[in-house]
Structures are given as structure tokens and as C-alpha cells.
Design a protein around this ligand. Structure first.
Ligand code: DLL
Length: 433
């Protein structure tokens, strides 16, 4: 099913021509209306009249999170505040949050983008969509809310938390689709089972749309099996609007709507553009945003771009599952490790549950120690201490063979590690303290 078949299946050549036109207009627009970009362009010697389009994209400077921080709160806006109809903000771990603003058209573009995504996952007006992403400054709740309503589905705006009530409402109001972080879905599934609710038997849940944090294919399989649903990925960032792009029914990458966003993959170290199929940092240029247009926005997210047409018929480029953020990458004894790689290894081991933590310490001799704590699965038959030790050794060996790093593995009882309602924080780096 398509929300906007003409746009979603637009021939690639036509899409490129459209992007070309919009990119040229954007370069003029930011030069004329954003003091920030005018200064940037002048510094980089860019004259909008000489800019010839996509082939010149690499000449344009990158925009980074620090630019938003340095220009807090409105310094990068390209319209007067009177035209802004909404703010969102992402909580910065250090210093000020990042504030984003939207014009009427920006909200419209965001909603339409996510409507295409929802319909491509199979959401329709027959569905009851429970939105368990946080409502408020976070873009997840309101983003899904507007799009699900526009699709014509019935929205159940539970926001995150209060899991007992979420499950009760899910049963009573016959929720068919849930949208939340994958870590919250794991928690909700576990909570339901402890409360004697079988999500497969006792609810009408059939589909879930999960994102806002990295999650592996193995976690997808576990969620699908435990909850008896189809699980789809959704990607977006507050700076780009919020949740924007989802997988289609093929589940082979997230479709990025090329009429509104132009993507590149770059080498995060050198800034050089990489080709399709090569792993690197996702960089996005917003082609339609008015309040906060972004030129070559460095998302920090590591992924791979796939340009080939999808079997679903959509022609827009796809990005594969996000491996992690370049700044989330852990360097242990000089080896680069993404938490998602650890998750990938853990979830392939049947005795292991879904919850884990990664703790980094530095020994007195200066060596890094990585401890992976992971829960035993509820139905694992590991009774003897020797079995437990054998399991820990097996996990450590698998981690070593994939990551090339030695990890200390601690298998703990089910239910002992922290659970998360929003984005999970699974890495504790004690080396900086
Ligand atoms: O997380 C927007 C969103 C809300 C996306 C609900 C999906 C669902 P921010 O809080 O600005 O916005 O965080 C953006 O979250 O740069 C990624 O690192 C991460 N992220 C988002 N979606 C995914 C995903 C929202 N599907 C940051 N897989 C991004 C992996 C994701 N990481």
C-alpha cells in the first residue's frame, strides 16, 4: 500500500532532477535568509550563483550539532519566530539542549513523510495505534500522533511509562499497532508475561514500529516471536524533524524520502563521500525545511546506503540499520566497538535474555576492561554453577571472535538489570571519571 504513490514511485531520474532544483533553491534561500549560512558560505568562498547542484554538494560545508549549540536558541533559524508554530528540544547530555523550530509547512512535510512510512509498514485506518513514545519536547510522541491521525487510524496517546496501564488499555481498547523504543517494547513484553498477559493471545497487537535507538536484527526476531507481531524500524532525528522514515513491508532498510531530504554517506574521519554499500556516517541536506534548513547535517549515525530500487516499488534511497553513533563507538584497548555489535552477538545465544549493560573501567596499569553484564533468559536451563561458568565462557568467546576484544562476561539473574522507558543507556564508561 502507498500513501502517495506518485511521489513514492517517482522514476529515479525524475527524483534526481527534482532534488537538483530544490538544492539550488535551498542554497540561495539559506544564503539570503540565514545569517549563519551566509557567514559560513562566505568563509568557504561559496557564491550561490556559481553553485551548480548535486555535483557541487561536496563543496558545501558540513553543519554539526555544535553549530546548533553555539547558536542557541534561534541563531540558525531562517524565518522570524512569528512563523514558527512549534518547538521541540532534545536533552543535551552536556550544556544546553538543542532547540528545533517548525513552520506550518515544516510540520506538514514531517507528517506527510511519516504517513508514507506508516502506510508502507501496513498501518491503515482500521488500526488502533498506541503511541508509547514520550510526548512533549521529544519528537517521538507528537510526531507519531499527527501522522497516525492523518492516516485515519485511531490514536491511543499513552506516552511512555506506566506499563501496567499501557497493557490494560492495549487489551481493552484493542490496540493493533504499537510505537515505542525497542527497549521499551522488550520491557513491556516482559511485564505483560509476568502479569499473566499473553500478548499473542490476549491482545490484538499485530505490528510494532520501533526506533529512536539502535537495535539489532536478532532483537527484531525476539520481539516478533515474543509479542507475535511484525516489527519495523523507524529512523529520524529532531534536527531533521523527528521520526520520519520507516522500513516498508520488505524490511530491508529504511526509505529516506528523497523529495525532502538529500543523503550522503561520508567517512567520518576524512569527510570524503563514500559510495553505495560502504559503511560511513549519514549526512543529510534538508530540501524542504523552512525554519531550520540544514546543509550537509552530520547525523553522527553510522550506516550503509542502498540505492537499488526496493522490491516494494519505492524508488527513494534506503539506509540499512543504524550501527550506532560515531560518538557512541567505544574504543577498548584501541579496538573500535559499537554496542550494537555486542547486542548482535548476545542475542544469538539462546540462554541469554534481552537486557544487557556494558561497563568500561580502566585498571591501574592503564588497561581498559570491558564487562558485559547480561541476564539469563527466563527459560534457560542453567542450574549448576559449572553451567553458568561455561555459558559465560561461551559468550566471552563469541564476543572475542566477532569484536576481537576480550570481555569479562557476567551472567546475572533475569530481572536484575535496569529497564528503560525511552532510549536505553546501556554503556557505563567509568574510565572518564
Ligand atoms: O529519536 C526521533 C525519533 C523518535 C526517531 C521516534 C524514531 C522514533 P532524537 O532524540 O533527536 O530524535 O535522536 C536522534 O536517535 O541520531 C540516532 O542516533 C538515534 N536513532 C533514531 N532512530 C534510530 C533507529 C529521535 N531507528 C538519534 N536506529 C539519531 C538507530 C536511531 N538509531
Amino acid at each position: 500500500m502507498f500513501w502517495d504513490p506518485r511521489i513514492e514511485r517517482m522514476p529515479q531520474k525524475e527524483l534526481e532532477e527534482y532534488q537538483e532544483r530544490k538544492l539550488k533553491a535551498l542554497v540561495h534561500n539559506v544564503y539570503n535568509h540565514s545569517a549563519f549560512y551566509r557567514k559560513r558560505f562566505k568563509e568557504a568562498g561559496i557564491n550561490p550563483w556559481d553553485f551548480s547542484g548535486i555535483k557541487d554538494l561536496q563543496k558545501l560545508p558540513f553543519t554539526k550539532k555544535q553549530d546548533l549549540r553555539d547558536n542557541y536558541p534561534f541563531g540558525m533559524f531562517a524565518v522570524p519566530i512569528s512563523q514558527i508554530v512549534r518547538f521541540h528540544a532534545s536533552s543535551g547530555t552536556t550544556g544546553k539542549p538543542t532547540v528545533v523550530g517548525y513552520t506550518v509547512n515544516d510540520i506538514e512535510c514531517w507528517v506527510e513523510s511519516l504517513c508514507r512510512g506508516l502506510v508502507s509498514c501496513g498501518v491503515s485506518r482500521e488500526d488502533v495505534v498506541q503511541i508509547s513514545y514520550g510526548y512533549g519536547l521529544f519528537t517521538g510522541g507528537l510526531g507519531f500522533h499527527y501522522a497516525a491521525e492523518r492516516v485515519g487510524a485511531t490514536v491511543l496517546p499513552t506516552s511512555a511509562g506506566n506499563t501496567a496501564r499501557q497493557i490494560e488499555l492495549m487489551k481493552d481498547l484493542k490496540t493493533t499497532v504499537i510505537a515505542c523504543t525497542p527497549s521499551y517494547m522488550l520491557y513491556l513484553t516482559e511485564y505483560a508475561s509476568k502479569a499473566g498477559v499473553d500478548l499473542k493471545e490476549d491482545t490484538k497487537l499485530r505490528l510494532g514500529i520501533f526506533g529512536a535507538e539502535p537495535w539489532s536484527e536478532e532483537t527484531r526476531k525476539r520481539i516478533e516471536e515474543k509479542a507475535g507481531i511484525d516489527a519495523y524500524d523507524v529512523y529520524g532525528t529532531s534536527e531533521l524533524s523527528g521520526p520520519l522514515f520507516t522500513e516498508c513491508e520488505e524490511k530491508c532498510g529504511v526509505h529516506v524520502w528523497g523529495d525532502h531530504f538529500l543523503i550522503e554517506i561520508i567517512d567520518p574521519e576524512t569527510g570524503e563521500q563514500l559510495g553505495e554499500g560502504e559503511k560511513g556516517e549519514l549526512v543529510v541536506t534538508t530540501l524542504s525545511k523552512e525554519a531550520l534548513p540544514l546543509i550537509r547535517w552530520r547525523t553522527g549515525d553510522i550506516t550503509v546506503m542502498e540505492g537499488e530500487k526496493c522490491a516494494c516499488g519505492r524508488t527513494h534511497p534506503r539506509i540499512m540499520k543504524i550501527l550506532g553513533r560515531s560518538d557512541d563507538m567505544i574504543i577498548v584497548r584501541g579496538v573500535n566497538v559499537f554496542p550494537s555489535q555486542i547486542e548482535h552477538v548476545l542475542m544469538q545465544i539462546p540462554e541469554v535474555g534481552e537486557h544487557y549493560m556494558i561497563i568500561l573501567d580502566r585498571e591501574e596499569n592503564g588497561l581498559d576492561v570491558m564487562t558485559v553484564q547480561v541476564e539469563l533468559s527466563e527459560n534457560a536451563e542453567v542450574d549448576k554453577v559449572s553451567d553458568l561458568l561455561e555459558l559465560e565462557k561461551r559468550i566471552a568467546n563469541s564476543l572475542k571472535s566477532v569484536l576481537n576484544v576480550t570481555a569479562k562476561v557476567e551472567v546475572v539473574n533475569p530481572g536484575t538489570l535496569q529497564r528503560f522507558e525511552g532510549k536505553a543507556k546501556r554503556v557505563i564508561d567509568r574510565r572518564k571519571i
